[in-house]
Design a protein around this ligand. Structure first.
Ligand SMILES: C[S@@+](CC[C@H](N)C(=O)[O-])C[C@H]1O[C@@H](n2cnc3c(N)ncnc32)[C@H](O)[C@@H]1O
Length: 177
C-alpha cells in the first residue's frame, strides 16, 4: 500500500535538506510537520492562527529547541524569515480544533507568492491538499491553476496523488531551479 501523502511530502522535503537548512511550516496545526522539519533542519519557523493548535504543537515539540512558533497568519511569515530552503503548507482544518477555521486559497496563494521570493535556489515547497471535504476541492483547484502558471524556466511544479481515489489527499510540489 502506498505511503500516506504527508509522509511522501516529508520524503520530498528531506531530499537535499541538511543541518544548515531553514524550514517554514506555514500551517502548524498539531505540529507534526514542524517536529519532522526540526529533526533535519537548522531552524524551523511555524505559523498558525489558532492558539489551541499552537499549544498542542508546543507540547508535541517540547524537546525541540530549534522551532519558533508564531501565532499569526502565514501571510506575514516574511516578518520573521529572510531566506529559507524548505516549506510545507498542509491545508484544511486542524482535526482536533475548530473545523470552521480552514486555510483559504487566496491567502495561501499570496503567501506562496511571497515565499517564492524568499526561497533559496534548490529550495522546495510542498502543499498537501484535501479535496475530500467541502471547500478543500475548490481550494486545491484554485491553487493548482495558479501554480500551473509559474515560469518553467525558474520552477518545476508537479502533482502527486492517486488516480483511482478522487477524494484522497494529494500533494503539489514546487522546486526552485
Ligand atoms: C491540516 S492543519 C495542519 C496540520 C499540521 N501541519 C500537523 O502537522 O498536524 C491546517 C492548519 O492551518 C491553520 N491555518 C488556517 N489558516 C491559516 C493561516 N492563514 N495562517 C496559518 N495557519 C493557518 C489551521 O488553523 C490549521 O491548524
Amino acid at each position: 500500500m502506498l505511503k500516506k501523502v504527508v509522509d511522501i511530502a516529508h520524503d520530498i522535503l528531506l531530499e537535499g535538506m541538511d543541518e544548515q537548512s531553514i524550514a517554514v511550516d506555514f500551517t502548524c496545526g498539531g505540529g507534526h510537520d514542524s517536529l519532522f522539519l526540526s529533526q533535519h533542519a537548522l531552524y524551523v519557523h511555524s505559523y498558525d492562527i489558532q492558539k489551541e493548535a499552537l499549544d498542542d504543537a508546543k507540547k508535541l515539540c517540547h524537546q525541540a529547541k530549534n522551532i519558533s512558533f508564531h501565532h499569526k497568519s502565514h501571510l506575514y511569515f516574511d516578518e520573521d524569515v529572510e531566506r529559507f530552503d524548505r516549506g510545507i503548507f498542509n491545508l484544511g482544518y486542524y482535526p482536533k480544533g475548530d473545523r470552521s477555521i480552514t486555510t483559504q486559497a487566496h491567502e495561501v496563494l499570496e503567501a506562496i507568492k511571497k515565499a517564492l521570493d524568499k526561497l533559496n535556489h534548490g529550495g522546495k515547497i510542498v502543499i498537501v491538499c484535501y479535496p475530500g471535504f467541502e471547500g478543500g476541492k475548490l481550494e486545491a483547484e484554485q491553487i493548482e491553476k495558479a501554480l500551473a502558471g509559474l515560469e518553467s524556466k525558474w520552477y518545476d511544479v508537479y502533482r502527486f496523488g492517486l488516480l483511482n481515489r478522487h477524494q484522497a489527499p494529494y500533494l503539489i510540489g514546487i522546486e526552485k531551479h
